[in-house]
Design a protein around this ligand. Structure first.
Ligand SMILES: [Fe+2]
Length: 392
């Protein structure tokens, strides 16, 4: 019996050897091999128009399916106004709304962006949330100005999540999208509100500029079932080294979505498209600006430390290598308005507009960020703060 088994194993080994050798023998030689695929900025696009497994056409279709068409004006200019960290309870203070209305009348932007922490995170009922978002929307809706938002770290709960919010982020997104001039989208990757706003040129339907919006999520402690204050940040292995582990990061699927969308739109457009990006929590690389002020052209006010994640999840390198995004706009640190340029990418805070949370009494930071873009020079945009105290 033992001999029979041994014979069987020997035969099987021999068969496997012959099959493997045969397989090796039929491998295509150089001249039969498929042509090398087209390479776009080091990532590979094959003949089926796919990039890392994505199909490009639906990405273009999704990106161009916008409720309002954004276009550079007849002079080839686009003005974006950024409202950051409104972060109030319902109802929004009358004085805050008055500031917002005055700012829109004075600046007359073509697009309004909210960088997140749009409310305090403690609004309990869907009706109250609807009322709040309607109050927030009114200044743009009444003026027929397209607007969009991303989410911050105060979305589904109070500061310590001690008072839960009664409305999920996905439900909040649906309420935002119900407004005629709101051009945000839920998106298909981690979080809510991952989308691109393409801006067409003044003289054709070519895309002249892209505004990428991402969800920077909230806290790391939410992983593995932890709760705020249960010590996860301190006790996790990463938390035991300098830097801690507090804020969440932009996830890999979001970075991949950005890359795929950027490549797909470039192929559709026939040329590269200059772009900016907006999300709430600044990247770790913001620290390189605040720590190297002379080299990065630092300007503006910095009244609190950079509240970034300590983990670098790779977004900065992705957009640097891709080469289209030259401006990143953040909120989060209410009393910072500073900006600077690192490796050709300008990163800028936007202060805050809220009339309740910290920063509401800071005359040197309470205001809005303006971005002025010329369609013929859209990699070099102009960005600066307008403070509420300087309103006419
Ligand atoms: Fe905030």
């Amino acid at each position: 019996m033992k001999k029979t088994i041994l014979k069987f194993i020997c035969s099987l080994t021999a068969i496997l050897f012959v099959v493997s050798a045969g397989a090796l023998a039929v491998l295509p030689d150089e001249k039969d091999a498929p042509e090398a695929p087209l390479t776009v900025n080091t990532l590979t696009v094959d003949e089926e128009n796919t990039l890392l497994g994505s199909t490009l056409d639906p990405i273009v279709e999704e990106a161009l399916d916008t409720k309002q068409t954004l276009r550079f004006n007849e002079n080839g200019k686009l003005k974006i106004l950024v409202f950051s960290d409104l972060q109030e309870e319902e109802p929004i203070k009358a004085s805050t709304l008055e500031y917002m209305n005055k700012m829109l009348d004075e600046q007359k932007p073509d697009l309004v962006l909210f960088t997140g922490d749009n409310h305090c995170g403690r609004i309990k009922t869907k009706d109250a949330m609807k009322r709040y978002i309607a109050q927030m929307a009114e200044p743009m809706e009444s003026r027929q100005i397209p607007w969009a938002q991303v989410y911050g770290n105060h979305v589904e709960g109070g500061y310590n999540y001690e008072i839960p919010c009664g409305v999920t982020k996905a439900e909040q997104q649906k309420i935002f999208e119900s407004f005629e001039y709101n051009v945000s989208k839920a998106g298909t990757v981690s979080g809510q509100g991952n989308y691109v706003i393409p801006v067409l040129r003044s003289d054709s339907d070519e895309i002249g500029y892209n505004v990428f919006c991402l969800d920077s999520h909230d806290y790391m402690y939410k992983y593995n079932g932890h709760k705020y204050g249960d010590g996860f940040e301190q006790e996790a292995i990463v938390g035991q080294i300098y830097g801690g582990n507090k804020y969440d990061v932009i996830h890999f699927d979001q970075i991949k979505w950005y890359w795929d969308t950027s490549v797909a739109l470039e192929k559709y457009n026939g040329k590269a498209i200059p772009a900016m990006m907006m999300f709430h929590i600044p990247l770790y690389e913001m620290t390189y600006i605040t720590e190297n002020r002379e080299q990065t052209g630092f300007e503006g006010v910095m009244n609190e430390a950079v509240g970034s994640p300590e983990i670098n999840s790779g977004l900065f390198w992705a957009l640097y290598e891709r080469g289209d995004v030259k401006t990143i706009i953040n909120g989060h640190c209410h009393i910072n308005t500073c900006q600077g340029t690192y490796m050709g990418v300008t990163m800028a805070y936007s202060g805050s507009i809220g009339g309740v949370e910290y920063g509401h009494d800071s005359e040197e930071t309470r205001g809005v960020r303006i971005l002025e873009i010329d369609e013929d020079d859209a990699y070099n945009i102009e960005t600066y703060m307008i403070l509420f105290k300087n309103l006419k």
